[in-house]
Design a protein around this ligand. Structure first.
Ligand code: ADP
Length: 483
């Protein structure tokens, strides 16, 4: 059954191209299902290359007028969009829980978080400064300006159906770019509802389009087009590599937020209760389906047993169920493939000698629920220590020395988030410097905010979202040498 919204027009079964709500050319539709019940919520267009080409043409046509507006005007429209998101927070959260599965409280939180990027970049629009550089020549002046890169594209994942879109669209629009979004087909309803609110806020036709349908056809058309000057992608490392290859012939600018394998280190001198709370927040939020989730919990020998006991007790108490039910902390995984991956990783660990102190199997609720799990006795050679789990499973690895912990933490191709808990101030600075990651949570498991730069190093991607850096991803630098 479809969700019952206060404003039913936020449930869109058409996609937005050039300011028009339209169907796929051949009329094909794809189902959007509720992962908690398996029932169909809605249908959205199953579009491909031809519809994408029209969205690109509309974005190209809309670009000159949009970049020609003052930054203040663009900021004001974004500000209205931000306010509409908060006005409709309940409806947007309900849509998200129904299509994605996360608990309603988390969905409400994500809408506020997603909106905060729009607010931030509405403000940043007016602060795109250039420079005047002292010239080495007596008869020439050097001026540097920043200009919008042009038509942009974004391909976004299902784990944060709202925030992963506003992180890209808000800075693009603030900078004066136009943008086409292809949302994940598990969660297109959030994207379409936000597009409706953007229209109401006054975003002109063609400036922001949403195309739903085939990932390969739409992604192929976006990456092949010479008109599209930039692609921003959040998703798996494998697809990120593929898109980078597809963007190579036209040498597009790229921002990539890819997979992580975050270490979460608990040293002997940590505040253990705080570390347990941090691990819960970092690991089990969104049922473990975030790219900054703790993926490997490295625990020093002296506190290993106490930490494992306290974490296991806390995890055993997590309420599991449909995210619409009050108090539920753990919803279902997004789909069967996600469940099977978690099952395979846990199975491999158990077969090689790990122990489940809590959980370790599918949940009695059936469907795509997995029991919140803690594993002890995990070793670096196990698949679960090497691959992104994307499920509610905390693998504990024991270590003896600080040097060993750092070596373990850095033994990964990923370098997105890392976390550690320690009390000694010298150790805090030492470890913070030694860890190979784009973001480090020190004595905290929650780091994301619109005002700080989000992004990774190594094979976790390139570029940053949020902060004053986030808008620069959508700007080119122009140097004027004036004789
Ligand atoms: P996840 O495993 O989190 O679903 P993916 O990288 O598979 O991550 O998906 C993230 C986004 O990339 C989704 O919008 C998905 O539809 C899209 N996507 C997947 N495969 C391709 C592809 N070959 N070309 C373009 N986009 C793709």
């Amino acid at each position: 059954s479809p969700p019952t919204l206060n404003d039913p027009t936020l449930l869109r079964e058409r996609m937005l191209i050039d300011g028009h709500w339209c169907a796929a050319d051949d009329g094909r539709m794809a189902d959007v299902t509720d992962p908690a019940t398996g029932e169909r919520l809605a249908r959205v267009p199953d579009a491909g290359a031809a519809e994408t080409a029209r969205a690109i043409a509309a974005a190209e046509a809309a670009f000159p007028a949009w970049r020609g507006r003052t930054a203040e005007e663009r900021g004001r429209i974004l500000r209205r969009w931000f306010e509409l998101m908060l006005q409709h927070q309940d409806d947007l959260a309900l849509l998200m829980t129904r299509e994605q599965g996360k608990p309603l409280a988390e969905a409400r939180g994500e809408i506020a978080y997603a909106a905060s990027y729009i607010e931030w970049f509405a403000e940043e629009a007016r602060r795109v400064y250039g420079e005047v550089i002292p010239s080495p020549w007596p008869d020439k002046r050097i001026v540097v300006t920043r200009e919008p890169v042009g038509v942009c594209a974004a391909i976004t994942p299902w784990n944060f159906p709202a925030a992963m879109i506003t992180r890209k669209v808000a800075p693009a629009l603030a900078a004066g770019c136009t943008i086409i979004v292809k949302p994940a087909m598990q969660t297109p309803l959030s994207a379409l509802a936000m597009a409706e609110l953007a229209l109401r806020a006054g975003v002109p036709a063609g400036v922001f389009s949403v195309v739903t349908g085939s990932a390969t056809a739409i992604g192929g058309a976006l990456t092949a087009s010479p008109v599209v000057r930039k692609l921003s992608f959040t998703g798996s490392t494998g697809i990120g590599r593929l898109l980078a290859a597809q963007c190579a012939p036209t040498l597009k600018k790229m921002s990539l937020e890819l997979g992580g394998n975050a270490p979460f280190i608990v040293f002997d001198d940590a505040d253990l209760d705080a570390a347990v709370q941090g691990a819960l927040a970092s690991k089990y939020r969104n049922s473990g389906q975030t790219c900054v989730c703790a993926n490997r919990l490295l625990v020093q020998a002296g506190v290993h047993e106490a930490f494992a006991d306290r974490l296991s007790a806390a995890v055993a108490a997590l309420p599991v169920g449909n995210g619409l039910e009050p108090g539920v902390a753990q919803g279902p995984l997004i789909d069967l493939a996600a469940l099977e991956k978690v099952e395979a990783l846990v199975g491999d660990a158990l077969a090689r000698g790990a122990t489940a102190t809590v959980g370790g199997a599918r949940h009695a609720l059936g469907g795509t629920w997995w029991q919140p799990t803690v594993l002890t006795g995990v070793t670096p050679d196990m698949r679960i220590a090497q691959e992104e789990i994307f499920g509610p499973v905390a693998p504990l690895l024991r270590f003896e020395t600080e040097a060993e912990a750092i070596a373990l933490a850095n033994a990964s191709e990923s370098g997105l988030a890392a976390y550690f808990y320690a009390g000694n101030v010298q150790r805090v600075w030492r470890v913070a410097a030694a860890i190979e990651a784009g973001m480090v949570g020190i004595n905290t498991g929650v780091i994301s905010t619109a005002v700080a730069p989000f992004g990774g190093i190594k094979q976790s991607g390139m570029g940053r979202e949020g902060s004053l850096l986030g808008i620069h991803e959508y700007l080119d630098t122009k140097y004027l040498c004036m004789a």
